[in-house]
Design a protein around this ligand. Structure first.
Ligand code: NAP
Length: 268
């Protein structure tokens, strides 16, 4: 079990070349679930490179260890947490706030796939994916919202999927979990707006990560063929969009589901 670690670095709010309105608030922290791999890792690295304080909650202890050992500028706090465990998430968010100070935002990236056509899908395959992707997002969002509400401002960004908008062959569990994330985000945006908290979802198409590497090249080629641009996304494409939605400049964007998919969902 990897315990919480905090890697010291330059103070949060290190000056960057961005205009002031685009800078993340200094001395406030951002929590990234699933932040040790793939899209979450790209988000973590981008935020750290801008001097933000980042708490990474992930279950992959080896990846957390590698991240904590890097000399990335900024401040990173890592914790081994199963996001499907509501009590563990609550205490991890508490501990992150104690370590890093007041929260500015939450980015939920932890997710899994267990593909089977629905006639072959077991109850366990269904529950495992819904527990992590949907319930895990809810637990983190609720814990963060309790803290952000008192500050009267904050940002929440959930990683959904275009599969949550249009379904996916062999992905009843995954598609339902991501459609659920979209419903959760739209509801949370309605309920939390009065506290100055924005809540948005990003719906990526195919992104090259350890998750999709397991599918082999055939799926990547099929997804490229669907895209008007003939490309698939890199994790950094999603990270830059997350970064935008976290920025003070995005203060009037809420309840949005932003597709970042090279047009894959509309088709070539
Ligand atoms: P990834 O590389 O597998 O990263 C996901 C991270 O979340 C991993 O470190 C994983 O740990 C962790 N995680 C999984 N279950 C967890 C749990 N119960 N508690 C805590 N951490 C957990 O996947 P990715 O491709 O970057 O995906 C990130 C998010 O984007 C997911 O929500 C995914 O559904 C979504 N998304 C991905 C794509 C794509 O094409 N890659 C497209 C649309 C949406 P383990 O390695 O131990 O599982």
């Amino acid at each position: 079990m990897v315990g919480p670690t905090t890697t010291p670095g330059p103070a949060a709010g290190t000056p960057s070349s961005r205009p002031p309105s685009y800078q993340l608030p200094p001395n406030k922290a951002i929590i990234v679930t699933g932040g040790a791999s793939g899209i979450g890792l790209a988000v973590t690295q981008l935020l750290l490179s801008e001097g933000a304080s980042v708490a990474v909650l992930d279950r992959d202890e080896a990846a957390l260890g590698r991240l904590a050992a890097t000399q990335t500028p900024g401040r990173v706090h890592t914790q081994s947490v199963n996001v499907a465990d509501p009590k563990a998430v609550e205490s991890a968010v508490d501990r992150a706030a104690k370590e890093l100070g007041p929260l500015w935002g939450l980015v939920t990236c932890a997710g899994i796939v267990r593909d089977k056509t629905l006639l072959k899908m077991s109850d366990e395959d269904w529950r495992a994916v819904v527990d992590v992707n949907l319930s895990g997002t809810f637990y983190a969002l609720r814990s963060a919202a309790h803290r952000l509400k008192d500050q009267k401002e904050g940002r929440i960004v959930a990683i959904a999927s275009i599969v949550g908008l249009r379904g996916g062959f062999g992905q009843a569990n995954y598609a339902a979990s991501k459609a659920g994330v979209i419903g959760l985000v739209e509801t949370a945006a309605r309920e939390l707006g009065r506290f100055g908290i924005t809540v948005n979802a990003i719906a990526p198409g195919f992104v090259r990560t350890p998750m999709t590497a397991a599918y082999g090249e055939t799926l990547e080629e099929a997804c490229k063929a669907e895209s008007p641009m003939g490309t698939v996304c890199e994790p950094s494409d999603i990270a830059r969009t997350v970064r935008y939605l976290l920025a003070p400049e995005a203060s009037h964007i809420t309840g949005v589901v932003l597709r970042v998919d090279g047009g894959q969902a509309i088709g070539a």
